[in-house]
Design a protein around this ligand. Structure first.
Ligand SMILES: C[S@@+](CC[C@H](N)C(=O)[O-])C[C@H]1O[C@@H](n2cnc3c(N)ncnc32)[C@H](O)[C@@H]1O
Ligand SMILES: [Zn+2]
Length: 278
């Protein structure tokens, strides 16, 4: 709940502390933010920007796919990388599945940030210790400087400078990114958007000033999926924006069942440096 993480959040307009009163978050300079019926709050500095994030259908597909357990080995590696750190933020929290797994292990509390209202709605329900917030990571994080023990980014955008600001010294940033082999069979068969080979290098470059890499684990395995599961997997990804549901369904139905799909991700663990290198 938001009340559990209120001391970690700050006003997106002026950076002051926030308090919860009834169903409103208030700063002492008079800025106020209504808590939605579903338990999340929007902490955006101005009117919502152009980025709206994942749609309700994409979040429903994500919830359905993650509940099958096929990505449990990914979440296991993420949970191991976070370790016992108790004040955790997930950026691009989606349905809240991974943050809930982290909190189940640590017994700590978590902020879930996503620019998508559909995601925030779902994340608010994913675990009692999640405070769910709508914010665009590129507009800065409405989070107190130096307050967090860990940040996780799972298939989602990262803001290295802001992540460094809100982590305590020695705090951990855990980043899960797909390798070029992730879902390669579907990329070939269904014409999905592939993984950019340059991604890993760009990630290293963007973090190199303020973080030291302390761990790197590749998690790669073979999944056997039903057509319905492939439908959810495709429906939660970016390719969904470029195809119609009918075309996707027809293409999936033409695949032999079960559909063998590779899961392949890198879990990179970075520690916040005490002082940023030039
Ligand atoms: C590929 S999904 C991953 C969701 C979740 N981490 C998971 O793996 O299940 C990327 C998420 O990042 C969110 N997102 C995209 N751009 C964002 C931004 N600028 N600020 C915050 N969240 C963003 C999307 O709405 C979406 O929920
Ligand atoms: Zn304020």
């Amino acid at each position: 709940m938001l009340a559990d993480v209120i001391d970690l959040l700050v006003c997106p307009h002026c950076g002051a502390d926030l308090d919860v009163e009834d169903r409103t978050l208030l700063c002492d300079r008079g800025h106020s933010f209504d808590v939605a019926r579903q338990g999340y709050v929007s902490l955006q500095p101005g009117s919502a920007g152009k980025i709206t994030g994942d749609s309700p259908d994409m979040i429903a597909a994500r919830t359905a796919f993650l509940s099958t357990g096929h990505f449990d080995r990914v979440s296991g590696a993420l949970v191991d990388a976070v370790g016992a750190r108790r004040n955790v933020l997930e950026i691009g929290v989606g349905s809240g599945h991974y943050l809930a797994a982290v909190l189940d292990r640590t017994g700590g509390r978590g902020i879930g940030i996503d620019v998508s209202k559909a995601a925030a709605r779902r994340a608010a329900q994913a675990h009692p210790a999640i405070g769910s917030v709508v914010a665009d990571v590129w507009n800065g994080l409405p989070v107190r400087s130096g307050s967090l023990d860990a940040i996780t980014c799972v298939f989602s955008p990262r803001n290295a400078a802001e992540s460094r600001r809100v982590l305590a010294p020695g705090g951990r940033l855990v980043v899960v990114t797909p390798t070029v082999r992730h879902q390669q069979e579907l990329i070939g068969e269904l014409g999905l958007i592939g993984v950019d080979e340059d991604k890993a290098r760009r990630l290293g470059d963007s973090l190199s000033g303020g973080f030291d890499q302390v761990g790197r684990t590749t998690v790669e395995y073979r999944m056997e999926l039903t057509h319905a599961e492939v439908g959810s997997l495709v429906g939660m990804g970016p390719s969904v924006r470029h195809t119609t549901e009918a075309d996707r369904r027809a293409a999936i139905e033409s695949l032999p069942e079960p559909v063998v799909v590779t899961a392949s991700v890198v879990v990179g663990t970075y520690e916040r440096r005490a002082s940023a290198a030039e």
